[in-house]
Ligand binder design. Structure first.
Ligand code: HEM
Length: 319
């Protein structure tokens, strides 16, 4: 049965990696304004592999690919390919979660929850793809964007749960109070939701100013931005306190210690990128990095919590 588990582990791990790649790509699409890089869907400029040069398009492409009643913008190979790669990664993730669910069917008797969770992930990924397309195409309300972010984190959490079920080692005894780690991830989740609202305000300002005067954007943010910064300090405080306690007790050699170090490292980088945005007029490259690191932080904390409550005898390897 061991081979089964490790194949399942590889499949789930592939999904986790693809989830992060899709989050990174989505962030880059948003910060570079590449959402309309492909005017049509699911094809891009009417083909499965989009053009690399304007000469490959018909002369009247702005008219023939118009969206609703609007002519599209000038062809920009950079934006088109960013959007295309984003779609490609999304499709790969779709395949990956589907294959995982099909594979998990073999556990339907021994561990039904693994199959049903895999199936739920497939459904949520489908819904997420649908909402994602809408968010980009219509610049939808902040509720949609928040829901999109929440579903992404739910998909990530469920997949990490599956991953934790493929672990062979029992870490439970290593943790004094595993539930505290759950609190850390909930705190990060709250911070991510506040961050999403801050980002929404940035979008509103940027639209009002026609993407100009970037250096004034930060000053136009309201109370949510202050809350975001206050929570950030709090997040740093409790995470450093928790990690130093854990490292003192366990050292950094094993998985819990390694995860703790990674969490602190990710959090430090996240903070630095927040400060970079605040001090340097929100450089475009910093936006997707800040978003990516936030989801990485959440994933690492949530995974730490999952392994803190692992009881190996109940795991897949015990089947
Ligand atoms: C615990 C640390 C932090 C986390 C987890 C976090 C998370 C987030 C998230 C998820 C977003 C939304 C990104 C998006 O939707 O594209 C965001 C936006 C933002 N955050 Fe943070 N943040 C943290 C710390 C900070 C700090 C310390 C600052 C500044 C000093 C900061 C400044 C900003 C700004 C300016 C935005 C909006 C910019 C944009 O992406 O357009 N953040 N944050």
């Amino acid at each position: 049965m061991h081979t089964n588990t490790s194949t399942f582990r590889k499949l789930v791990l592939t999904s986790v990696l693809l989830i992060y790649l899709v989050i990174a790509a989505g962030g880059i699409v948003r910060s570079t304004g590449s959402g309309m890089g492909c005017p049509d869907w699911p094809k891009c400029f009417g083909t499965w592999i989009p053009p690399t040069n304007i000469s490959q398009l018909p002369a009247n492409y702005k008219e023939s690919f118009k969206v609703g009643h609007h002519l599209i913008a000038d062809f920009n190979v950079f934006k088109t390919w960013i959007e295309y790669l984003n779609r490609l990664l999304g499709a790969l993730l779709g395949v990956s979660v589907l294959v995982t669910a099909v594979y998990a069917f073999r556990f339907i008797r021994s561990k039904p929850e693994l199959f049903y969770l895999s199936l739920l992930i497939v459904i949520l990924t489908g819904i997420q793809g649908f909402i994602g397309a809408k968010v980009v195409a219509t610049n939808l309300s902040k509720y949609m964007i928040t829901i999109h972010m929440l579903i992404a984190l739910v998909i990530l959490s469920l997949t990490l749960y599956l991953l934790s079920k493929t672990i062979i080692q029992n870490w439970k005894a290593h943790f004094e109070n595993g539930n505290l780690i759950l609190l850390l991830s909930v705190l990060t989740l709250i911070q991510i939701l506040v961050g999403t609202q801050v980002r929404q305000e940035i979008d509103t300002v940027s639209i009002q100013l026609n993407d100009s005067l970037r250096e004034t954007w930060i000053d136009q943010l309201g109370i949510l931005y202050i809350i975001h910064r206050v929570i950030a300090i709090f997040v740093v405080g409790v995470n450093v306190w928790f990690a130093s306690r854990l490292l003192k007790k366990l050292g950094s050699g094993d998985l819990p210690g390694k995860l703790s170090l990674l969490i602190i490292f990710t959090l430090a980088l996240e903070y630095v990128f927040g400060v970079i945005m605040a001090k340097f007029s929100i450089p475009r490259f910093a936006q997707p990095v800040h978003l990516f690191l936030a989801t990485l932080l959440f994933g690492l904390q949530f995974y730490s919590w999952l392994i803190s409550r692992l009881q190996v005898e109940k795991n897949l390897n015990a089947i």
